[in-house]
Design a protein around this ligand. Sequence first.
Ligand code: SDX
Length: 427
Amino acid sequence: MTDTAKFELAGKDFDYPVLSGSVGPDVVDIRKLYGQTGAFTYDPGFTSTASCRSEITYIDGDEGVLLHRGYPIGELAEKSSFMEVAYLLLNGELPSQDELDGFSRTISRHTMVHEQLATFFRGFRRDAHPMAIMCGVVGALSAFYHDSTDIHDPQQRMIASHRLIAKIPTIAAMAYKYSVGQPFLYPDNSLSYTGNFLRMTFGVPAEQYEVNPAIERAMDRIFILHADHEQNASTSTVRLAGSSGANPFACMAAGIACLWGPAHGGANEAALNMLHEIGTPDRIPEFIARAKDKNDPFRLMGFGHRVYKNYDPRATVMQKTVREVFETLNVSDPVFETALRLEEIALSDPYFIEKKLFPNVDFYSGVILSAIGFPTSMFTVLFALARTVGWVAQWNEMITDPDQKIGRPRQLYTGPTQRSYVPVGER
Ligand code: SDX
C-alpha cells in the first residue's frame, strides 16, 4: 500500500504518493504538483529534493554510512581495488576473477589517447591550473572519439565509458607533466591502473620507474574513497548535462568544471593551503574564531558536509592512510600534526558540535597527496580522476532510466513585472 502526503493550498486539498526506497528517507512524488496546484516547490541547493532513483550509492549522513551497491566504503577500501570498485559501480555486482581480468584488460587497451591530443596541450600556458587543462582536454575528447558519442547505442555508451575511465589517468598525468615542463610518458599496460598512473606522473623517459607497492596501494585506496558519492554537485551536473542528450565526454567535462569549486572537490587543495596558512597549532584558535565569525567568509576547509552530520567515513580511512604512507616513506609532516590538533579542537567546540561539522574526505587527503609528491594544484585533478568512474556509472544509469527527461527547474520570480520600453531621451 502506497502512503500519501496530504497538501493543502488555497483551500484545496491535494494528495501525493509517498515512495519508499530499499533504505533511507521516503520521497513525496510531486511530479504533478505544479499541474494540479499552479505552484512550484522552492528548494535552492536541493536540500530536500531527490532528483532521481538510483541503485549505485547510499549515504546515511546521520550514521556516517556510505555504501556502494550495498558494500560499506570501509570494507571496499580495505579489501577491494579501484578497478574492482569501478566494475561494481558500473555493473552492480562484484566481478568474478575472470570478469575482473577481462574488465581490467579492456580498460588497459584504452589508456592511450589520440596522438593529436598531445598537441592540444600546447595551446595552454605552462602555468595553467591543471584543472583548467582537464576541463579543456576532456571536453575535447568528443572531437576525437565521435564514434562513441551516440548515447542511444548501448555499445557506443560502453565504449565511451571504458574510454573515459581508461584515459582520464593518462590525461591527468599529461596535465601534470605539461605544468612541470617534462615530456609525456605513454601508458605501460603491464602495470596496474594506479601503478600506470603513478609511472606516467612521476616517471621520466631517462630512467626506469619502479612503482612503490605501498604508495600504489595507498593511491588505489584514495581513488576508491573518491569514486562516487550519490547526487553531489558534480554528479548532478553530469546528470543534468546528460539529460539534454549531450555526449558523455562533454558531460564529464561539465562534472570536472563543477568539481573544481572550493566548496566541493576544490576543498582538498583549499584545506592543505589553509593548514599551511595556520602553520603551527598555537594559531588554531585564531582560525577557529574566524570560522565561527558570521562576518568573516572564512570556513574551515575540509570540514562540514551537506549530508554527513557525523564523521565522513572516508575521512576515517584517509587519516589511517596518512599514517601508513608516512610510515612507508619514513616521513613526518608538521602539517598532519596541525590537522590532527585542529580536528581535536574543532570537534570539542560547541559551534562545530551544534552545527554537526566534522572532517570530510578533503580534510586529510592533501596531507597524503603532498607526501606522495603531488603539488596542491593536482589534488582536485586526482579527485576528478577517481570520480570519473562514479560520474560514468551515474550517467549510464540516468540514460537508461525510464523516468528520466531533460532537467528543467523553475524559479520564484522576484524581478520587475511587465513594463513598457522608454526611449533613451525620456529616461
Ligand atoms: C565534497 O556533496 C558531496 O557529497 C560532496 C563530496 C563528494 O564526495 O562529492 O563529499 C565532496 O565536496 C566535500 C565537502 C568539501 N567542502 C569543504 O570542505 C568546504 C568547507 N565546507 C563548507 O563550505 C560546507 O560545509 C559545505 C559546502 C560542504 C556544505 O555546506 P551546506 O550543506 O550548504 O551547509 P551550510 O553552508 O548551510 O552550513 C550550515 C552551517 C552554516 O552556519 P549557519 O548559517 O547555519 O549559521 O554550518 C556553517 C555554515 O556557516 N558551516 C561552517 C562550515 N561548513 C558549514 N562553518 C565553518 N566552517 C565550515 N567548514
